[in-house]
Design a protein. Structure first.
Length: 573
Protein backbone atom coordinates (compact mmCIF):
# COMPACT_ATOMS: atom_id res chain seq x y z
CA UNK A 1 0.00 0.00 0.00
CA UNK A 2 3.05 2.25 0.23
CA UNK A 3 2.50 3.69 -3.24
CA UNK A 4 -0.95 5.04 -2.36
CA UNK A 5 -1.31 8.67 -3.24
CA UNK A 6 -2.17 10.31 0.10
CA UNK A 7 -3.22 13.96 0.54
CA UNK A 8 -3.07 13.95 4.33
CA UNK A 9 -1.32 11.62 6.77
CA UNK A 10 -2.31 11.54 10.41
CA UNK A 11 -2.65 9.16 13.34
CA UNK A 12 -6.38 9.51 13.90
CA UNK A 13 -9.15 10.85 11.69
CA UNK A 14 -12.27 11.76 13.64
CA UNK A 15 -15.48 12.14 11.61
CA UNK A 16 -17.97 14.42 13.37
CA UNK A 17 -17.40 17.34 15.74
CA UNK A 18 -20.15 16.72 18.28
CA UNK A 19 -19.41 15.95 21.95
CA UNK A 20 -18.40 12.35 21.16
CA UNK A 21 -16.02 13.16 18.30
CA UNK A 22 -14.48 16.24 19.89
CA UNK A 23 -13.78 14.35 23.11
CA UNK A 24 -12.06 11.55 21.21
CA UNK A 25 -10.03 14.06 19.21
CA UNK A 26 -9.06 16.12 22.25
CA UNK A 27 -7.96 13.16 24.35
CA UNK A 28 -6.04 11.62 21.45
CA UNK A 29 -4.19 14.90 20.95
CA UNK A 30 -3.36 15.09 24.66
CA UNK A 31 -2.04 11.54 24.48
CA UNK A 32 0.35 12.58 21.73
CA UNK A 33 -1.45 11.54 18.54
CA UNK A 34 -1.72 13.62 15.38
CA UNK A 35 -5.43 14.20 14.90
CA UNK A 36 -7.61 15.60 12.14
CA UNK A 37 -11.33 16.23 12.61
CA UNK A 38 -13.61 16.36 9.58
CA UNK A 39 -17.06 17.83 10.12
CA UNK A 40 -19.88 17.66 7.60
CA UNK A 41 -21.55 20.88 8.74
CA UNK A 42 -20.07 24.37 8.73
CA UNK A 43 -20.16 24.49 12.55
CA UNK A 44 -19.12 22.24 15.43
CA UNK A 45 -21.50 20.91 18.03
CA UNK A 46 -24.11 18.80 16.25
CA UNK A 47 -27.08 17.91 18.43
CA UNK A 48 -24.86 18.49 21.46
CA UNK A 49 -24.90 22.24 20.77
CA UNK A 50 -28.66 22.33 21.26
CA UNK A 51 -28.71 20.04 24.29
CA UNK A 52 -29.08 20.76 27.98
CA UNK A 53 -25.48 19.59 28.35
CA UNK A 54 -26.09 17.34 31.36
CA UNK A 55 -23.86 14.28 31.92
CA UNK A 56 -24.90 11.30 34.05
CA UNK A 57 -21.65 10.25 35.74
CA UNK A 58 -22.23 8.36 39.00
CA UNK A 59 -19.48 8.98 41.56
CA UNK A 60 -18.15 12.11 39.83
CA UNK A 61 -15.78 14.32 41.78
CA UNK A 62 -17.58 17.70 41.42
CA UNK A 63 -20.59 16.15 43.18
CA UNK A 64 -18.47 14.33 45.77
CA UNK A 65 -16.66 17.57 46.57
CA UNK A 66 -20.05 19.22 47.02
CA UNK A 67 -20.90 16.60 49.62
CA UNK A 68 -23.02 14.15 47.63
CA UNK A 69 -22.31 10.53 48.40
CA UNK A 70 -22.64 8.01 45.57
CA UNK A 71 -20.70 5.19 44.02
CA UNK A 72 -20.50 3.44 40.67
CA UNK A 73 -21.58 0.24 42.52
CA UNK A 74 -24.90 1.81 43.55
CA UNK A 75 -25.40 2.99 39.99
CA UNK A 76 -24.64 -0.54 38.75
CA UNK A 77 -27.48 -1.86 40.92
CA UNK A 78 -29.79 0.71 39.40
CA UNK A 79 -28.80 -0.13 35.82
CA UNK A 80 -29.16 -3.84 36.59
CA UNK A 81 -32.72 -3.19 37.76
CA UNK A 82 -33.55 -0.91 34.85
CA UNK A 83 -31.86 -2.67 31.94
CA UNK A 84 -31.21 -6.18 33.25
CA UNK A 85 -28.02 -7.53 34.73
CA UNK A 86 -26.46 -8.85 31.51
CA UNK A 87 -23.25 -6.91 30.91
CA UNK A 88 -21.40 -9.65 29.07
CA UNK A 89 -19.82 -7.13 26.70
CA UNK A 90 -18.41 -5.15 29.64
CA UNK A 91 -19.65 -1.75 28.39
CA UNK A 92 -21.49 -0.94 31.61
CA UNK A 93 -18.55 -1.86 33.82
CA UNK A 94 -16.26 0.26 31.66
CA UNK A 95 -18.65 3.20 31.67
CA UNK A 96 -19.30 3.25 35.39
CA UNK A 97 -15.72 2.40 36.29
CA UNK A 98 -14.09 5.07 34.10
CA UNK A 99 -16.74 7.81 34.33
CA UNK A 100 -15.40 9.71 37.37
CA UNK A 101 -11.80 9.42 36.13
CA UNK A 102 -12.70 10.79 32.72
CA UNK A 103 -14.23 13.88 34.30
CA UNK A 104 -11.09 14.33 36.43
CA UNK A 105 -8.94 13.92 33.31
CA UNK A 106 -10.82 16.59 31.36
CA UNK A 107 -10.92 18.90 34.36
CA UNK A 108 -7.16 18.66 34.89
CA UNK A 109 -5.98 18.78 31.29
CA UNK A 110 -8.51 20.82 29.32
CA UNK A 111 -10.91 23.76 29.42
CA UNK A 112 -13.85 21.37 29.70
CA UNK A 113 -14.99 22.16 33.24
CA UNK A 114 -18.06 20.96 35.10
CA UNK A 115 -20.37 21.87 37.98
CA UNK A 116 -22.46 19.51 40.10
CA UNK A 117 -26.22 19.69 39.55
CA UNK A 118 -26.90 18.65 43.15
CA UNK A 119 -30.51 17.54 43.48
CA UNK A 120 -31.47 16.04 40.11
CA UNK A 121 -33.28 12.73 40.64
CA UNK A 122 -32.75 9.64 38.54
CA UNK A 123 -35.75 9.15 36.30
CA UNK A 124 -36.90 5.89 37.93
CA UNK A 125 -35.94 6.77 41.45
CA UNK A 126 -38.22 4.08 42.88
CA UNK A 127 -35.76 1.41 41.70
CA UNK A 128 -32.88 -0.11 43.70
CA UNK A 129 -29.67 1.87 43.48
CA UNK A 130 -31.36 5.01 42.10
CA UNK A 131 -30.18 8.35 43.46
CA UNK A 132 -31.84 11.69 43.99
CA UNK A 133 -28.73 13.80 43.78
CA UNK A 134 -25.09 13.85 42.81
CA UNK A 135 -25.04 11.91 39.54
CA UNK A 136 -25.64 14.75 37.12
CA UNK A 137 -23.09 17.39 36.18
CA UNK A 138 -23.29 20.28 33.74
CA UNK A 139 -20.58 22.24 31.93
CA UNK A 140 -19.59 25.54 33.41
CA UNK A 141 -20.85 28.50 31.42
CA UNK A 142 -18.43 29.57 28.71
CA UNK A 143 -17.50 32.96 27.35
CA UNK A 144 -17.84 32.61 23.57
CA UNK A 145 -15.68 35.71 23.08
CA UNK A 146 -12.66 33.58 23.92
CA UNK A 147 -13.10 31.90 20.55
CA UNK A 148 -12.67 35.19 18.67
CA UNK A 149 -13.86 34.87 15.08
CA UNK A 150 -14.37 31.14 15.54
CA UNK A 151 -17.35 31.82 17.80
CA UNK A 152 -19.32 31.78 14.55
CA UNK A 153 -18.24 28.15 14.19
CA UNK A 154 -20.28 27.02 17.20
CA UNK A 155 -23.73 25.80 16.23
CA UNK A 156 -26.34 27.87 18.08
CA UNK A 157 -28.99 26.35 20.35
CA UNK A 158 -32.54 25.94 19.06
CA UNK A 159 -34.28 29.27 18.62
CA UNK A 160 -37.00 28.31 21.11
CA UNK A 161 -34.37 28.05 23.88
CA UNK A 162 -33.13 31.62 23.42
CA UNK A 163 -34.67 34.88 24.59
CA UNK A 164 -34.72 38.16 22.66
CA UNK A 165 -33.58 36.36 19.53
CA UNK A 166 -30.21 35.18 20.81
CA UNK A 167 -29.74 35.17 24.59
CA UNK A 168 -29.10 31.78 26.16
CA UNK A 169 -30.64 31.10 29.55
CA UNK A 170 -30.07 28.18 31.91
CA UNK A 171 -32.31 27.03 34.73
CA UNK A 172 -30.81 29.51 37.23
CA UNK A 173 -31.33 32.36 34.76
CA UNK A 174 -34.96 31.40 34.17
CA UNK A 175 -35.65 31.37 37.91
CA UNK A 176 -33.92 34.76 38.21
CA UNK A 177 -35.81 36.28 35.29
CA UNK A 178 -39.20 35.08 36.54
CA UNK A 179 -38.51 36.41 40.02
CA UNK A 180 -36.73 39.59 38.94
CA UNK A 181 -39.10 41.88 40.80
CA UNK A 182 -39.22 39.72 43.90
CA UNK A 183 -35.63 39.98 45.16
CA UNK A 184 -32.69 42.28 44.59
CA UNK A 185 -30.41 39.31 43.87
CA UNK A 186 -32.72 38.05 41.11
CA UNK A 187 -33.02 41.54 39.66
CA UNK A 188 -29.27 42.07 39.64
CA UNK A 189 -28.63 38.68 38.00
CA UNK A 190 -31.29 39.30 35.35
CA UNK A 191 -30.13 42.82 34.64
CA UNK A 192 -26.54 41.55 34.38
CA UNK A 193 -27.26 38.89 31.77
CA UNK A 194 -29.51 41.16 29.73
CA UNK A 195 -26.90 43.95 29.73
CA UNK A 196 -24.19 41.50 28.71
CA UNK A 197 -26.43 40.26 25.91
CA UNK A 198 -27.17 43.74 24.59
CA UNK A 199 -23.45 44.53 24.59
CA UNK A 200 -22.71 41.25 22.79
CA UNK A 201 -25.17 42.11 20.08
CA UNK A 202 -23.09 45.11 19.04
CA UNK A 203 -20.44 42.64 17.82
CA UNK A 204 -21.98 39.19 17.54
CA UNK A 205 -25.01 37.60 15.95
CA UNK A 206 -26.06 36.10 19.29
CA UNK A 207 -25.16 36.26 22.95
CA UNK A 208 -21.70 34.98 23.88
CA UNK A 209 -22.60 33.86 27.40
CA UNK A 210 -22.95 30.18 26.59
CA UNK A 211 -24.72 27.74 28.89
CA UNK A 212 -25.71 24.05 28.85
CA UNK A 213 -24.83 22.01 25.73
CA UNK A 214 -23.60 25.07 23.89
CA UNK A 215 -21.06 25.66 26.64
CA UNK A 216 -20.00 22.00 26.47
CA UNK A 217 -19.30 21.99 22.74
CA UNK A 218 -17.70 25.45 22.84
CA UNK A 219 -15.39 24.28 25.64
CA UNK A 220 -14.44 21.18 23.67
CA UNK A 221 -13.82 23.25 20.54
CA UNK A 222 -11.79 25.83 22.47
CA UNK A 223 -9.66 23.05 23.96
CA UNK A 224 -9.11 21.53 20.52
CA UNK A 225 -8.01 24.91 19.19
CA UNK A 226 -5.60 25.33 22.08
CA UNK A 227 -4.05 21.99 21.10
CA UNK A 228 -3.94 23.01 17.43
CA UNK A 229 -6.16 20.16 16.34
CA UNK A 230 -7.50 21.06 12.90
CA UNK A 231 -11.25 20.88 12.29
CA UNK A 232 -12.10 20.71 8.59
CA UNK A 233 -15.59 22.15 8.09
CA UNK A 234 -18.04 21.24 5.34
CA UNK A 235 -16.06 18.05 4.94
CA UNK A 236 -18.03 14.82 5.36
CA UNK A 237 -16.23 11.54 5.50
CA UNK A 238 -16.92 9.70 2.25
CA UNK A 239 -15.57 6.17 2.22
CA UNK A 240 -12.90 4.02 3.81
CA UNK A 241 -9.68 2.98 2.19
CA UNK A 242 -8.97 -0.61 3.11
CA UNK A 243 -6.03 -2.94 3.24
CA UNK A 244 -7.82 -6.28 3.33
CA UNK A 245 -10.20 -6.06 6.27
CA UNK A 246 -8.36 -3.16 7.93
CA UNK A 247 -9.20 0.52 7.61
CA UNK A 248 -6.02 2.35 6.64
CA UNK A 249 -7.55 5.61 5.55
CA UNK A 250 -10.60 7.43 4.30
CA UNK A 251 -11.72 9.77 1.58
CA UNK A 252 -13.05 13.06 2.91
CA UNK A 253 -15.01 15.40 0.66
CA UNK A 254 -14.06 19.00 1.25
CA UNK A 255 -15.35 21.88 -0.85
CA UNK A 256 -12.04 21.83 -2.69
CA UNK A 257 -12.62 18.22 -3.65
CA UNK A 258 -11.99 14.69 -2.38
CA UNK A 259 -8.89 14.08 -0.26
CA UNK A 260 -7.31 10.79 0.68
CA UNK A 261 -6.35 10.62 4.32
CA UNK A 262 -3.94 7.97 5.56
CA UNK A 263 -4.43 7.02 9.20
CA UNK A 264 -1.71 5.36 11.24
CA UNK A 265 -4.05 4.45 14.13
CA UNK A 266 -7.56 4.58 12.83
CA UNK A 267 -10.77 6.38 11.93
CA UNK A 268 -13.31 7.34 14.60
CA UNK A 269 -16.94 7.49 13.50
CA UNK A 270 -18.78 10.11 15.56
CA UNK A 271 -21.34 11.25 13.04
CA UNK A 272 -24.19 11.42 15.56
CA UNK A 273 -26.26 8.37 14.65
CA UNK A 274 -29.02 7.62 12.17
CA UNK A 275 -31.64 10.23 13.17
CA UNK A 276 -32.27 11.66 9.70
CA UNK A 277 -31.88 8.42 7.77
CA UNK A 278 -35.42 7.29 6.78
CA UNK A 279 -34.33 3.69 6.10
CA UNK A 280 -32.84 3.18 9.56
CA UNK A 281 -35.69 5.08 11.24
CA UNK A 282 -38.15 2.67 9.78
CA UNK A 283 -35.99 -0.36 10.48
CA UNK A 284 -35.20 0.42 14.12
CA UNK A 285 -37.88 2.74 15.50
CA UNK A 286 -41.36 1.76 16.71
CA UNK A 287 -44.42 2.01 14.51
CA UNK A 288 -45.73 4.51 13.56
CA UNK A 289 -42.20 5.74 12.80
CA UNK A 290 -41.82 9.12 14.53
CA UNK A 291 -41.94 11.91 11.99
CA UNK A 292 -40.00 14.41 14.08
CA UNK A 293 -36.39 14.40 15.25
CA UNK A 294 -34.54 16.83 17.51
CA UNK A 295 -31.16 15.70 16.15
CA UNK A 296 -28.94 17.88 13.96
CA UNK A 297 -30.10 17.66 10.35
CA UNK A 298 -26.61 16.63 9.24
CA UNK A 299 -26.92 13.37 11.20
CA UNK A 300 -27.99 11.11 8.36
CA UNK A 301 -26.48 7.87 9.59
CA UNK A 302 -23.30 8.21 7.52
CA UNK A 303 -21.16 6.42 10.09
CA UNK A 304 -23.44 3.40 10.13
CA UNK A 305 -23.75 3.30 6.33
CA UNK A 306 -19.96 3.42 5.93
CA UNK A 307 -19.31 0.83 8.61
CA UNK A 308 -21.92 -1.55 7.25
CA UNK A 309 -20.12 -1.42 3.91
CA UNK A 310 -17.07 -2.97 5.63
CA UNK A 311 -19.13 -5.69 7.33
CA UNK A 312 -19.84 -3.97 10.62
CA UNK A 313 -23.16 -4.64 12.30
CA UNK A 314 -25.69 -2.71 14.36
CA UNK A 315 -26.87 -3.83 17.78
CA UNK A 316 -30.64 -3.33 17.62
CA UNK A 317 -31.44 -6.71 19.20
CA UNK A 318 -29.85 -5.51 22.48
CA UNK A 319 -32.11 -2.47 22.90
CA UNK A 320 -35.39 -1.88 24.70
CA UNK A 321 -36.01 0.85 22.12
CA UNK A 322 -34.13 2.58 19.31
CA UNK A 323 -34.34 6.13 20.57
CA UNK A 324 -34.12 8.45 23.54
CA UNK A 325 -37.47 10.18 23.33
CA UNK A 326 -39.11 13.47 24.11
CA UNK A 327 -42.60 14.75 23.36
CA UNK A 328 -42.33 17.81 21.12
CA UNK A 329 -44.74 20.52 20.05
CA UNK A 330 -44.42 22.09 16.61
CA UNK A 331 -43.85 25.84 16.51
CA UNK A 332 -44.00 28.28 13.64
CA UNK A 333 -41.05 30.63 13.80
CA UNK A 334 -41.17 34.28 12.84
CA UNK A 335 -39.67 33.52 9.43
CA UNK A 336 -42.43 30.97 8.83
CA UNK A 337 -40.20 27.92 9.31
CA UNK A 338 -41.15 25.00 11.54
CA UNK A 339 -39.51 24.53 14.93
CA UNK A 340 -39.72 21.81 17.54
CA UNK A 341 -40.01 22.42 21.26
CA UNK A 342 -39.08 19.49 23.51
CA UNK A 343 -41.31 19.23 26.59
CA UNK A 344 -38.50 18.11 28.88
CA UNK A 345 -39.14 19.50 32.35
CA UNK A 346 -40.93 22.84 32.47
CA UNK A 347 -44.63 22.10 32.02
CA UNK A 348 -45.88 18.48 32.20
CA UNK A 349 -45.16 17.96 35.91
CA UNK A 350 -46.74 21.20 37.06
CA UNK A 351 -50.09 21.09 38.87
CA UNK A 352 -53.14 21.59 36.66
CA UNK A 353 -52.16 19.78 33.45
CA UNK A 354 -53.20 16.42 32.05
CA UNK A 355 -52.34 14.57 28.84
CA UNK A 356 -55.04 12.75 26.91
CA UNK A 357 -55.50 10.62 23.81
CA UNK A 358 -58.23 10.96 21.15
CA UNK A 359 -60.75 9.42 23.56
CA UNK A 360 -60.06 12.25 25.97
CA UNK A 361 -58.55 9.71 28.35
CA UNK A 362 -55.37 10.09 30.38
CA UNK A 363 -52.78 7.42 29.60
CA UNK A 364 -49.75 8.35 31.71
CA UNK A 365 -48.39 10.01 34.81
CA UNK A 366 -47.72 13.29 33.00
CA UNK A 367 -44.73 14.04 35.23
CA UNK A 368 -42.61 11.02 34.23
CA UNK A 369 -39.43 11.60 32.26
CA UNK A 370 -39.75 12.78 28.65
CA UNK A 371 -38.54 9.35 27.53
CA UNK A 372 -41.11 7.45 29.58
CA UNK A 373 -43.86 9.83 28.44
CA UNK A 374 -43.28 8.94 24.79
CA UNK A 375 -43.10 5.23 25.56
CA UNK A 376 -46.54 5.63 27.19
CA UNK A 377 -47.79 7.42 24.07
CA UNK A 378 -46.85 4.37 22.03
CA UNK A 379 -48.58 2.00 24.46
CA UNK A 380 -51.74 4.12 24.45
CA UNK A 381 -51.65 4.34 20.65
CA UNK A 382 -52.18 0.58 20.44
CA UNK A 383 -55.81 1.14 21.47
CA UNK A 384 -56.56 4.83 20.83
CA UNK A 385 -54.96 7.46 18.62
CA UNK A 386 -52.29 9.15 20.75
CA UNK A 387 -50.29 10.69 17.91
CA UNK A 388 -50.53 13.48 18.87
CA UNK A 389 -51.27 13.43 22.57
CA UNK A 390 -52.94 16.58 23.92
CA UNK A 391 -51.77 18.58 26.90
CA UNK A 392 -54.84 20.12 28.56
CA UNK A 393 -54.84 22.92 31.13
CA UNK A 394 -56.42 26.25 32.02
CA UNK A 395 -55.05 29.29 30.22
CA UNK A 396 -54.25 30.56 33.74
CA UNK A 397 -51.81 27.60 33.97
CA UNK A 398 -50.05 28.85 30.84
CA UNK A 399 -49.70 32.31 32.34
CA UNK A 400 -48.33 30.88 35.57
CA UNK A 401 -46.00 28.12 34.33
CA UNK A 402 -45.73 28.49 30.56
CA UNK A 403 -46.59 25.74 28.09
CA UNK A 404 -44.04 24.48 25.56
CA UNK A 405 -42.47 27.46 23.83
CA UNK A 406 -44.95 29.88 25.44
CA UNK A 407 -43.13 31.54 28.31
CA UNK A 408 -44.55 31.92 31.81
CA UNK A 409 -46.20 35.32 32.41
CA UNK A 410 -47.76 35.25 28.92
CA UNK A 411 -51.31 36.54 29.33
CA UNK A 412 -52.42 36.92 25.75
CA UNK A 413 -52.41 33.68 23.78
CA UNK A 414 -54.01 35.04 20.61
CA UNK A 415 -50.73 35.04 18.63
CA UNK A 416 -50.13 31.38 19.53
CA UNK A 417 -53.76 30.52 18.84
CA UNK A 418 -53.59 32.17 15.43
CA UNK A 419 -50.47 30.20 14.49
CA UNK A 420 -52.20 26.96 15.54
CA UNK A 421 -49.66 26.30 18.32
CA UNK A 422 -52.33 26.20 20.99
CA UNK A 423 -56.11 25.78 20.95
CA UNK A 424 -58.19 27.84 23.36
CA UNK A 425 -61.85 27.32 24.34
CA UNK A 426 -64.17 28.65 27.00
CA UNK A 427 -65.37 25.17 27.91
CA UNK A 428 -63.89 21.68 27.83
CA UNK A 429 -66.47 20.78 25.20
CA UNK A 430 -65.35 23.66 22.99
CA UNK A 431 -61.72 22.58 23.34
CA UNK A 432 -62.61 18.96 22.61
CA UNK A 433 -64.38 19.95 19.42
CA UNK A 434 -61.48 22.10 18.26
CA UNK A 435 -58.89 19.36 18.68
CA UNK A 436 -61.06 16.41 17.64
CA UNK A 437 -61.04 14.65 21.00
CA UNK A 438 -64.05 12.89 22.55
CA UNK A 439 -65.80 15.56 24.68
CA UNK A 440 -67.47 13.23 27.17
CA UNK A 441 -64.21 11.37 27.71
CA UNK A 442 -62.32 14.61 28.27
CA UNK A 443 -64.88 15.95 30.76
CA UNK A 444 -64.88 12.66 32.63
CA UNK A 445 -61.04 12.56 32.75
CA UNK A 446 -60.84 16.15 34.00
CA UNK A 447 -63.45 15.57 36.72
CA UNK A 448 -61.73 12.40 37.91
CA UNK A 449 -58.35 14.15 37.90
CA UNK A 450 -59.83 17.08 39.83
CA UNK A 451 -60.95 14.67 42.55
CA UNK A 452 -57.36 13.41 42.81
CA UNK A 453 -56.15 17.01 42.97
CA UNK A 454 -58.37 17.60 46.01
CA UNK A 455 -57.09 14.52 47.87
CA UNK A 456 -53.52 14.87 46.63
CA UNK A 457 -53.38 11.28 45.36
CA UNK A 458 -53.56 10.36 41.70
CA UNK A 459 -55.10 6.91 42.01
CA UNK A 460 -54.90 6.24 38.28
CA UNK A 461 -51.33 7.14 37.31
CA UNK A 462 -49.55 8.34 40.44
CA UNK A 463 -48.68 11.86 39.26
CA UNK A 464 -46.56 13.31 42.05
CA UNK A 465 -45.48 9.94 43.49
CA UNK A 466 -41.94 9.88 42.06
CA UNK A 467 -39.31 12.23 43.37
CA UNK A 468 -38.65 13.21 39.76
CA UNK A 469 -42.32 14.31 39.48
CA UNK A 470 -42.08 16.52 42.54
CA UNK A 471 -38.68 17.91 41.45
CA UNK A 472 -40.31 19.30 38.29
CA UNK A 473 -43.63 20.16 40.00
CA UNK A 474 -44.44 23.29 41.98
CA UNK A 475 -43.08 22.86 45.50
CA UNK A 476 -45.30 25.67 46.77
CA UNK A 477 -48.47 23.84 45.76
CA UNK A 478 -50.13 21.50 48.27
CA UNK A 479 -51.06 18.80 49.04
CA UNK A 480 -49.45 17.44 45.84
CA UNK A 481 -46.98 19.66 43.93
CA UNK A 482 -48.07 18.05 40.65
CA UNK A 483 -51.87 18.08 40.99
CA UNK A 484 -54.34 20.98 40.84
CA UNK A 485 -57.90 21.09 39.53
CA UNK A 486 -58.54 22.08 35.93
CA UNK A 487 -61.77 23.89 36.58
CA UNK A 488 -62.05 27.41 35.23
CA UNK A 489 -62.09 28.30 31.54
CA UNK A 490 -60.78 29.40 29.25
CA UNK A 491 -58.89 26.15 28.67
CA UNK A 492 -55.88 25.46 26.47
CA UNK A 493 -54.77 22.37 24.52
CA UNK A 494 -51.43 21.70 22.86
CA UNK A 495 -50.48 18.78 20.60
CA UNK A 496 -47.30 16.85 21.36
CA UNK A 497 -45.65 14.28 19.10
CA UNK A 498 -42.91 11.72 19.67
CA UNK A 499 -39.38 12.67 18.64
CA UNK A 500 -35.92 11.47 19.56
CA UNK A 501 -33.21 13.62 21.11
CA UNK A 502 -30.67 10.90 20.36
CA UNK A 503 -30.45 7.41 18.86
CA UNK A 504 -29.86 4.39 21.03
CA UNK A 505 -29.23 1.73 18.39
CA UNK A 506 -25.83 2.09 16.78
CA UNK A 507 -22.80 0.15 15.68
CA UNK A 508 -21.74 -2.92 17.63
CA UNK A 509 -18.48 -2.16 19.38
CA UNK A 510 -16.40 -3.48 22.22
CA UNK A 511 -15.94 -1.26 25.31
CA UNK A 512 -12.92 0.42 23.66
CA UNK A 513 -15.19 1.58 20.87
CA UNK A 514 -13.62 -0.74 18.29
CA UNK A 515 -16.30 -1.50 15.72
CA UNK A 516 -17.12 -5.20 15.45
CA UNK A 517 -17.85 -7.24 12.35
CA UNK A 518 -20.64 -9.82 12.13
CA UNK A 519 -18.47 -12.39 13.92
CA UNK A 520 -17.87 -10.03 16.83
CA UNK A 521 -14.23 -9.37 15.87
CA UNK A 522 -12.87 -5.80 15.85
CA UNK A 523 -12.38 -4.28 12.42
CA UNK A 524 -8.82 -2.99 12.43
CA UNK A 525 -8.53 0.80 12.46
CA UNK A 526 -12.22 1.50 12.98
CA UNK A 527 -13.77 3.07 16.08
CA UNK A 528 -17.16 4.58 16.92
CA UNK A 529 -18.39 6.78 19.75
CA UNK A 530 -21.29 9.09 20.54
CA UNK A 531 -24.54 7.96 18.99
CA UNK A 532 -22.75 6.07 16.21
CA UNK A 533 -21.94 3.54 18.95
CA UNK A 534 -24.83 1.40 20.22
CA UNK A 535 -25.76 2.89 23.58
CA UNK A 536 -24.55 1.29 26.80
CA UNK A 537 -28.05 2.13 28.13
CA UNK A 538 -29.64 -0.17 25.54
CA UNK A 539 -32.63 2.13 25.04
CA UNK A 540 -33.35 2.70 28.73
CA UNK A 541 -33.18 6.23 30.18
CA UNK A 542 -31.82 6.14 33.73
CA UNK A 543 -31.41 9.85 34.38
CA UNK A 544 -30.28 13.27 33.20
CA UNK A 545 -27.27 12.96 30.90
CA UNK A 546 -27.93 9.49 29.51
CA UNK A 547 -26.34 10.09 26.10
CA UNK A 548 -23.71 12.76 26.78
CA UNK A 549 -22.25 10.82 29.71
CA UNK A 550 -21.47 7.80 27.50
CA UNK A 551 -20.43 10.03 24.55
CA UNK A 552 -17.71 11.59 26.69
CA UNK A 553 -16.60 8.43 28.51
CA UNK A 554 -16.41 6.23 25.42
CA UNK A 555 -14.89 9.09 23.40
CA UNK A 556 -12.11 9.05 25.99
CA UNK A 557 -11.81 5.24 25.87
CA UNK A 558 -11.56 5.24 22.07
CA UNK A 559 -8.74 7.79 22.18
CA UNK A 560 -6.90 5.95 24.96
CA UNK A 561 -7.11 2.73 22.99
CA UNK A 562 -5.93 4.33 19.76
CA UNK A 563 -3.03 5.91 21.66
CA UNK A 564 -2.01 2.54 23.09
CA UNK A 565 -2.89 3.55 26.65
CA UNK A 566 -5.26 0.66 27.27
CA UNK A 567 -4.56 -3.09 27.21
CA UNK A 568 -4.20 -4.33 23.64
CA UNK A 569 -4.52 -0.76 22.35
CA UNK A 570 -2.52 1.17 19.82
CA UNK A 571 -4.89 1.53 16.94
CA UNK A 572 -4.72 -0.65 13.85
CA UNK A 573 -0.98 -1.24 13.85
C1 LIG B 1 -33.04 19.58 23.22
C2 LIG B 1 -32.06 18.49 23.53
C3 LIG B 1 -31.57 18.37 24.82
C4 LIG B 1 -30.67 17.35 25.12
N1 LIG B 1 -30.15 17.32 26.37
C5 LIG B 1 -29.29 16.32 26.69
C6 LIG B 1 -28.70 16.29 27.98
O1 LIG B 1 -28.84 17.20 28.80
N2 LIG B 1 -27.92 15.22 28.28
C7 LIG B 1 -27.69 14.21 27.39
O2 LIG B 1 -27.02 13.25 27.75
N3 LIG B 1 -28.17 14.27 26.13
C8 LIG B 1 -28.94 15.32 25.75
N4 LIG B 1 -29.39 15.40 24.47
C9 LIG B 1 -28.93 14.42 23.46
C10 LIG B 1 -27.48 14.75 23.01
O3 LIG B 1 -27.41 16.07 22.57
C11 LIG B 1 -27.01 13.83 21.87
O4 LIG B 1 -27.28 12.50 22.19
C12 LIG B 1 -25.50 14.03 21.67
O5 LIG B 1 -25.25 15.32 21.20
C13 LIG B 1 -24.90 13.01 20.71
O6 LIG B 1 -23.54 13.32 20.54
P1 LIG B 1 -22.76 12.89 19.22
O7 LIG B 1 -21.41 13.46 19.32
O8 LIG B 1 -22.94 11.44 19.00
O9 LIG B 1 -23.60 13.55 18.03
P2 LIG B 1 -23.90 15.11 17.61
O10 LIG B 1 -23.82 15.93 18.81
O11 LIG B 1 -25.15 15.09 16.90
O12 LIG B 1 -22.68 15.41 16.65
C14 LIG B 1 -22.51 14.68 15.44
C15 LIG B 1 -21.71 15.52 14.45
O13 LIG B 1 -21.34 14.69 13.34
C16 LIG B 1 -21.45 15.45 12.15
N5 LIG B 1 -21.55 14.56 10.97
C17 LIG B 1 -22.63 13.88 10.52
N6 LIG B 1 -22.30 13.16 9.43
C18 LIG B 1 -20.97 13.38 9.19
C19 LIG B 1 -20.06 12.92 8.23
N7 LIG B 1 -20.41 12.09 7.22
N8 LIG B 1 -18.77 13.35 8.27
C20 LIG B 1 -18.37 14.21 9.26
N9 LIG B 1 -19.22 14.70 10.20
C21 LIG B 1 -20.50 14.27 10.19
C22 LIG B 1 -22.68 16.28 12.40
O14 LIG B 1 -22.73 17.39 11.51
C23 LIG B 1 -22.51 16.67 13.86
O15 LIG B 1 -21.78 17.88 13.99
C24 LIG B 1 -30.26 16.43 24.12
C25 LIG B 1 -30.73 16.58 22.82
C26 LIG B 1 -31.61 17.61 22.52
C27 LIG B 1 -32.08 17.76 21.11
Amino acid sequence: MADQDWDIETDLLVAGAGPGGMTAALVAAIEGLDVVVCEKASQVGGTGATSAGTLWIPGNRPSRDAGFKDSPDEAAKYLDALIGDDDASGHRKAYLGDGPGVIDYLTEKTDVQFLPCGLHPDYRNNMPGAASAGRAIIPQNFDGRLLGGDFERVRPPIAEFMLMGGMMVGKVDIIGLLGRYKSFGAFRHSAGIVLRYLTDRLRFKRGTRLVMGNALVARLFYSLKNRNVPVMFDTPIGEFIMDGDTVIGAVINSKEGARRVRVRKGVVLATGGFAHNPKYREAFMPSPTPHYSMAAKSNTGDGIVLAEAVKAGTDSERHQGAGFWSPVSVTTREDGSEGLFPHLAMDRAKPGLIAVNELGRRFVNEAVSYHDFVEAMYRSHETADTMPAWLICETAFVTKYGLGAIHPQTKNLSKHEASGYVAVGETLEAIAEKIGVDAAGLRDSVERHNGFARTGTDEDFGKGDLELNRFNGDASHTPNPCLAPIANGPFAAMAVWPAEIGCSVGLSTNPDGQVLNGEGTPIGGLYACGNDMGSVMAGAYPGPGTTLGPAIVFGWRVAMHAAGRSPGGGGRS
